[in-house]
Design a protein around this ligand. Structure first.
Ligand code: KPL
Length: 298
């Protein structure tokens, strides 16, 4: 049986652990082992996630494959802790909302270590530290981020992801897919966090002007970054996700509600930073970035 490690006990990590453990021996690497069992809640059914748990200090062998579903702002610290525990030919799969600097991360790895990015629209929320509530099915996409990963992606995909996930695909252009997901997050996360509303409410006509302006700015910046996005397609995608996740609270709405740091720096903040680099103005992204930062501080 294949073996995979998953860093942390976040919602996406637990959802993936639950799915992957049907064909793969999965182990969570957590800060402590205070939690005995992890639970998967789907409507009114609760089951124990068949996953092992360890800490870095008690790892017995080097890691061959690791998913890192931590927030973008936790990534650097997570990688620095993880890297000494990796096999020379390990595969590392990042997964988070917003943008991180893949080129910088790739430089931390050996050329024989594969770097991948996984994006998913599977929905999950954590009602407790040891549980994840499944809030909706969604497509998972995985793509290669360095040269060796390009060669190894087909076998990794066949061995780990295809047998366990029903809606999953390997993609050739993960950068474009990440930009598309970024657009979805720009359209939904900050507004739903400020309004403390479910994603579906953002379909109301009173928000359409703001959603349009946000995505227009994002598409414009993407072009300067060498990524061709069509505004209409990104709008369609964002509204489709609002509909599919209508009853969900976005991760940012949950973060604000619970007084946690959000991923806004990697979402609207990323657009603002890249716009600045190219001498562009992105007032709508800038406004939401500042509004969420203010909420975080409060
Ligand atoms: O990714 C999400 C999130 O909440 O972070 C969306 C797609 C907006 C679903 O809620």
């Amino acid at each position: 049986m294949n073996r995979i490690h998953i860093l942390g006990r976040g919602a996406i990590g637990l959802l993936l652990a639950n799915k992957l453990s049907s064909h793969t021996k999965s182990t969570l690497i957590t800060r402590d082992d205070s939690v005995e069992n992890y639970h998967f809640i789907d409507k009114d059914k609760t089951s124990v996630i068949p996953v092992n748990q360890t800490t870095f200090a008690s790892l017995k062998a080097k890691i061959s494959t690791c998913i890192i579903p931590v927030k973008a702002y936790q990534l650097n610290q997570a990688l620095h802790t993880l890297i000494p525990h990796l096999q020379d030919d390990a595969d590392i799969i990042l997964s988070h909302n917003g943008m991180s600097d893949i080129a910088e991360i790739a430089q931390l790895l050996k050329p024989s270590q594969g770097l991948y990015f996984l994006t998913t629209s599977m929905g999950g929320m954590k009602p407790a530290a040891n549980a994840v509530k499944y809030t909706g099915a969604g497509l998972t996409q995985i793509g290669a981020c360095n040269q060796i990963a390009q060669t190894r992606l087909p076998s990794l995909f066949e061995a780990l992801f295809k047998p366990s996930l029903s809606a999953v695909e390997q993609v050739t252009n993960i950068t474009e897919i990440r930009w598309q997901k970024l657009c979805v997050n720009i359209a939904i996360n900050p507004l739903s966090a400020l309004l403390q509303c479910q994603n579906g409410r953002l379909r109301a006509p009173c928000y359409s002007k703001q959603v349009l302006a946000l995505l227009n700015e994002a598409c414009h910046v993407a072009k300067y970054e060498g990524v061709e996005l069509k505004l209409l397609a990104e709008l369609e995608r964002a509204y489709k996700v609002m509909t599919l996740t209508a009853a969900n609270n976005s991760s940012m709405a949950q973060d604000i509600k619970l007084g946690r740091r959000t991923e806004i720096d990697a979402i609207c903040g990323f657009i603002v930073a890249r716009a600045k680099k190219h001498g562009l103005n992105v007032p709508e992204n800038e406004l939401l970035w500042q509004q969420i930062k203010r909420k975080e501080r409060a």
